[in-house]
Design a protein around this ligand. Structure first.
Ligand code: SF4
Length: 216
């Protein structure tokens, strides 16, 4: 089969997104936060953990440590015990504490609002920074997480598991105004229908645009 043209991918994506928007009209970031730094902390905690579990932990955490200086001052051991249930707590605690110390020292306690500066913070990768850029700084940002990686591949828009290559490919296919919403829509669809290893293709509203449609 000849490779699908970019123009065709854009048209197909437009229809996919039109349907997903109708299906998930309230699609948005499901992590709870009251400031850019809090969303950054919540996103760090969300690695290999459900958003529901993270929200349970951050409800208490953000009440106790509302500002960057609170996270910079808390002992590592104390922080580990408070985020324990999110898993990978050793690395997450180190990342949160060093990130907060850097924000305090280098940025006077205010999170930088550019991707280039944010990814220089300890423990902050491109995916985490894109979540914050798109959701709190409202800079169109395309987040590539496990749902986006899996479903974008199933839909045949990309053929790679490499997050940076996926982001680069998708920003050419998805309209810029939809970049931030894109991940939320795919995450909702990934949780409800296109579930890992057991997709419900017979109930999928974008099945006719999906080359992997396992129902035929
Ligand atoms: S048709 Fe199946 S594989 Fe394709 S997006 Fe829908 S649920 Fe996923």
């Amino acid at each position: 089969m000849p490779a699908e043209s970019l123009d065709n991918k854009r048209k197909r994506m437009k229809e996919v997104l039109r349907r997903l928007k109708a299906e998930y009209p309230d699609s948005k970031c499901s992590l709870q936060y009251n400031s850019p730094l809090q969303l950054l902390v919540a996103t760090i905690l969300s690695a290999q953990c459900t958003d529901a579990r993270v929200n349970k932990v951050t409800e208490k955490l953000f009440r106790k440590y509302p500002e960057p200086k609170d996270f910079a001052e808390v002992s590592l051991e104390q922080l580990k015990s408070e985020i324990y249930s999110t898993g990978f707590y050793n690395n997450k605690a180190k990342s949160i504490k060093s990130m907060a110390e850097t924000v305090l020292k280098k940025w006077n306690g205010i999170l930088p609002d550019t991707l280039d500066e944010m990814v220089k913070l300890p423990g902050v990768g491109r995916k985490t920074a894109n979540v914050v850029m798109g959701n709190v700084f409202h800079v169109p940002s395309l987040v590539v997480d496990t749902h986006v990686t899996r479903i974008a591949n199933l839909l045949g828009f990309v053929k790679t598991k490499d997050a940076v290559r996926i982001e680069k490919a998708l920003i050419k296919i998805v309209e810029k105004k939809d970049w931030t919403l894109f991940a939320h829509l795919l995450i909702d669809h990934g949780r409800a229908v296109c579930i890992a290893n057991r997709p419900k293709c017979d109930k999928c509203i974008i099945a006719e645009y999906c080359p992997s449609n396992f129902g035929g």
